[in-house]
Ligand binder design. Structure first.
Ligand code: RIB
Length: 281
């Protein structure tokens, strides 16, 4: 069972399940209002735990009722939350999400307490792997890149400027198609593996600019793609740290990501190890 630390965000996702996604300036009515625990860091932490890892989440939340709702499934799932601390006078991160019948979404995040996760009150975790994303300060991710010695995965989402040193240090970088375009030639600085997801299209794993593995996610009836990239990131990290061959690890991660789209909500849809192994074999 690999030990994994996730340094990342916790959000409460407020979801409008609508007949379509609004165009700029358009109002779409008659949506169903739902709420789920979310945040890229929290989703990745619970995804890794469900896949068999022993996970600790290092995060910041507000001193508010949203924090309890946002942490409920992590707690029930056995993720270590002892380093998930409340910040006075800050709100728990909130994501406003519109989901269309195709499962496609639009997300706007108000990060709140997530922006208070600073390096000055962090200890370097002693784990087999560590996963970061960019919903926490990029300085914190850069600090991790300098101090952490184990397998280091960075999910470059949402897309934003980041030190080249982080890209060089990371053992695994994960981007989706949109992020891949946004970063462009910057990604050439990747010192380790570069995984690129393309929704239902073929995902690739590259090293030194060469594609070393490709996998097509299994076809599923997608109802909500929220958290699919987080699940892919966690699954690929777990598989690689367990020593799976890159091609098998990529198929495993694609299966996990696909399964995560079959139910509403980010954390409510995270698959178990048995479910992923069944689909990936
Ligand atoms: O990646 C999906 C997540 O992005 C959602 O859970 C939402 O909280 C946003 O952070």
């Amino acid at each position: 069972m690999p030990s994994i630390a996730v340094i990342g965000s916790v959000n409460l996702d407020i979801v409008a399940k609508a007949a379509k996604l609004p165009a700029p300036g358009e109002t779409v009515t008659d949506a169903e209002l739902l709420s789920f625990p979310g945040g890229k860091g929290a989703n990745q932490a619970l995804a890794a735990q469900r896949l068999g890892a022993d996970v600790t989440l290092i995060a910041r939340v507000g001193e508010d009722a949203s924090a309890d709702a946002a942490l409920a499934l992590l707690q029930a799932g056995g993720v270590d939350l002892s380093n998930c601390k409340p910040v006075r006078d800050k709100a728990t991160g909130t994501a406003l999400i519109a989901v269309a019948p195709s499962g496609e979404n639009q997300i706007v995040v108000a990060p709140g307490a997530n922006r208070s996760l600073n390096p000055d009150d962090l200890d370097v975790p002693d784990t087999d792997a560590l996963i970061c994303q960019l919903e926490v300060p990029v300085d914190t991710v850069a600090w991790v890149a300098r101090h952490y010695g184990g397998f280091f995965c960075v999910n470059l989402a949402p897309a934003m400027r980041i030190d080249a040193a982080v890209l060089q240090r990371a053992d695994l970088i994960v981007v989706n198609e949109t992020e891949s375009e946004w970063y462009g030639a910057t990604l050439a600085a990747c010192g380790g593996l570069l995984a690129t997801t393309r929704g239902a299209g073929t995902a690739t794993l590259a090293q030194g600019g060469e594609i070393i593995a490709e996998a097509k996610p299994p076809a599923v009836d997608a109802v909500d793609t929220t958290g699919a990239g987080d699940t892919f990131t966690a699954a690929l990290t777990v598989a690689l740290v367990e020593g799976m061959e890159p091609a098998d690890a990529l198929s495993f991660a694609c299966a996990a990501g696909s399964l995560a789209t079959t139910k509403m909500g980010a954390q409510t849809s995270l698959p178990t190890r048995a479910e992923v192994s069944d689909v990936a074999k």
